[in-house]
Design a protein around this ligand. Structure first.
Ligand code: ADP
Length: 258
């Protein structure tokens, strides 16, 4: 591959085990800069584990994760790759934002403070600047009028939109979305998905989404990965995966969920 053309995210033979349960068994997966990728497949097939490895909430048991051409799960000691130290991981995960199923906002802080806290404390952005950016982001998610509210005064959908603004406030290169609409009442799902569609349209952020929302996956993805038992059963553009799936596993999964 040409230098500079390497994928932004590269899983190279990644193994992840929980006790005897081998969740990822030598997974290879590449995501290019600016790509929007969705991970679909049955529960327990390892999709969330992939996001959690990238968030460094879990550590690999084998293989290496690379981000931006540099080792991510590992670091160089001399010319040898060794498991990354906590300090190394802390530094490198700043480029990655994650939004969870449960919004995990800070309940005792206003919406503004939720969005400015990370940039001010972890990135050293001046308060004023972080606050101006918070206004822009809250406008983008349609909640500028809630800037002084507390999370408990917001609906689940609104809280999730604040969580998205909070993740973007860190100016991540990569945004990980883990079933972000699964905990929402059905009538609140569309508003959150619309915000994500807009982010996909308006920014060049690289997105990895685990989702059960097949219509959303179809709209927003450049590539869909169908997982089965910790392996990629099939991957391709959404038109192919949804319109002309090749693998039986994909066909039966889509039949069950669509
Ligand atoms: P998916 O997102 O596709 O539903 P997950 O990545 O959440 O799948 O889970 C894959 C497998 O890993 C499941 O068998 C799950 O029980 C197991 N697993 C995930 N997290 C943990 C954990 N913290 N401890 C033990 N097992 C886990």
């Amino acid at each position: 591959m040409e230098p500079g053309n390497e994928p932004l995210i590269k899983f190279d033979s990644v193994v992840k085990r929980f006790g005897d349960n081998v969740v990822l068994d030598g997974l290879d997966l590449d995501v290019n800069a600016g790509e929007r990728v969705t991970l679909i497949g049955p529960s327990g097939s390892g999709k969330t584990t992939i996001l959690r490895l990238l968030m460094t909430l879990e550590h690999v048991n084998g293989g290496t994760i690379w981000v931006g051409g540099r080792p991510f799960s590992h670091m160089y000691r001399g010319d040898k790759l060794v498991p990354a130290s906590e300090k190394y991981l802390r530094e490198h995960r700043k480029t990655i934002g994650m939004v969870f199923q449960q919004f995990n906002l800070f309940p005792n802080m206003t919406v503004r403070k939720n969005v400015t806290e990370g940039p001010v404390h972890s990135l050293g952005v001046p308060k004023e600047e972080a606050s101006e950016r918070a206004v822009e982001l809250l406008e983008m998610v349609g909640l500028a009028d809630k800037i002084d509210a507390h999370p408990t005064q917001l609906s689940g959908g609104q809280q999730q939109r604040v969580a998205i603004a909070r993740a973007l406030a860190m100016r991540p290169e990569i945004l990980l979305l883990d079933e972000v609409t699964s905990a929402l009442d059905p009538e609140l799902v569309a508003g959150v998905l619309d915000v994500l569609r807009e982010i996909a349209r308006e920014t060049d952020i690289t997105m990895l989404c685990v989702t059960h929302e097949m219509a959303f996956a179809r709209d927003v993805s450049d590539r869909v990965f169908m997982f089965d038992a910790g392996r990629i059963a099939e991957s391709g553009p959404p038109e192919q995966i949804f319109g002309d799936p090749h693998e039986d596993r994909t066909k039966s999964f889509l039949k069950a969920v669509l």
